[in-house]
Design a protein around this ligand. Structure first.
Ligand SMILES: Cc1cc2nc3c(=O)[nH]c(=O)nc-3n(C[C@H](O)[C@H](O)[C@H](O)COP(=O)(O)O)c2cc1C
Length: 354
């Protein structure tokens, strides 16, 4: 895409599926630990509303798909009626602002913050299903790791229906525009994808095709439930969070992108990308600022750019990019504190700083 003189490519319109976006600056999913018992709290409505702009695109923080998938009650869930009710005012607020909004959701059983809770929840579920009790092995991490790779799939099978799709039954009710499947950051799906952590010997381990099978089955199930035009996926092929690295990430991401094209999903969202897959809408994320984000769009290396820490600290980020205004600095020490205001909803808007 040619960058006309004076044009800020990041702020040009883009049509993603049926969504006519007015700019390409996307809010990346950001866990902020402000829920209570997996339920959204009023300050979260304010936080997200602060980050809206007409016809922008926001992706909500990671939400768990079932009681054994979520690690911390300060993170949201979407598997009970009460949790779904908690999201409703947020979605209503967005509808009024004509904002597109996806919930990012996934299975966070492995590298969670509240390890003991994960183990407790998983253990009880395992017992319910008459599976063997999980031994922790020589270290807790080793135990969780082997649980993730050898037991989670059994749990999915035992439950008969994929919990990713069970939680989607609620989707029409709380009217999200879509969901982003969390296939990044060393969580369950990522663990299947990466050859440095997936040590399975069945049809879900070994070859590239086998390691991608679980991710594609989840996508297939979700697409069948709500339609590909509402589904995105997030991947971090080049990262090795929680030991989830891959020896050949380029091949992995290209294979995945090609396979995902067949499902005609809404978008593919990739972190720290070094290769450009072709196909539908592509969101790039990880370490972008105004200039390199703009360049990436202008050079057609991505369609949209997702911003994490900069958007966290600058509720009016698209406006600041438009004016090339100075940015607030983010305060890492308040990323995950429970405070409903400090470091959460008190980052100043441009009008109040100039
Ligand atoms: C406080 C914080 C919370 C995050 N939570 C999530 C999350 O829930 N889901 C996710 O996929 N990524 C999460 N990330 C990663 C961000 O979405 C983003 O990819 C990362 O910060 C890199 O982008 P940036 O350089 O623009 O910040 C989080 C990052 C931060 C700093």
């Amino acid at each position: 895409m040619a960058n006309k003189e004076g044009e800020i490519s990041l702020l040009t319109p883009y049509k993603m599926g049926k969504f006519e976006l007015s700019h390409r600056v996307v809010l990346a999913p950001l866990t902020r630990q402000r829920c209570l018992g997996y339920v959204l709290q009023p300050p979260m409505i304010l936080y997200y509303s602060q980050r809206t702009s007409k016809s922008g695109f926001l992706i909500a923080e990671a939400a768990g798909v079932s009681d054994i998938s979520q690690t911390s009650p300060e993170m949201p869930g979407i598997w009970t009626k009460e949790q779904v009710e908690g999201w409703k005012p947020l979605v209503d607020a967005f509808m009024q602002k004509e904002e597109s909004f996806s919930v990012s959701y996934g299975w966070y059983g492995f590298p969670g913050n509240a390890l003991s809770q994960t183990l407790k929840a998983v253990r009880s579920r395992l017992r319910q299903n008459s599976l063997d009790r999980v031994g922790l092995g020589p270290s807790v991490w080793e135990g969780v790791r082997s649980l993730s790779l050898s037991q989670h799939l059994k749990i999915l099978t035992v439950q008969k229906k994929n919990p990713f799709t069970i939680s989607l039954i609620n989707l029409p009710y709380f009217r999200f525009d879509g969901v982003e499947i969390h296939g990044a950051h060393g969580y369950l799906i990522d663990q299947f994808l990466k050859d440095e952590i997936n040590d399975r010997t069945d049809e879900y381990g070994g070859s590239l095709e086998n390691r991608c099978r679980f991710a594609l089955e989840v996508v297939d199930a979700v697409v069948k439930e709500i339609g590909g035009d509402k589904v995105g996926i997030r991947l971090s092929p080049f990262a090795n969070y929680s030991e989830s690295g891959d020896s050949n990430p380029e091949t992995l991401v290209l294979y995945l992108a090609e396979s995902l094209n067949e499902f005609k999903i809404l978008y593919c969202h990739v972190l720290w990308l070094k290769t450009e897959p072709s196909g539908g809408t592509f969101i790039s994320a990880g370490g972008y600022g105004r200039e390199d984000g703009n360049k990436a769009v202008a050079e057609n290396r991505t369609d949209l750019v997702a911003y994490g820490r900069l958007f966290l600290a600058n509720p009016d980020l698209p406006k600041r990019f438009e004016l090339n205004a100075p940015l607030n600095k983010y305060d890492r020490s308040t990323f995950y504190t429970r405070d409903p205001v400090v470091g959460y909803t008190d980052y100043p808007f441009l009008e109040t700083t100039i």
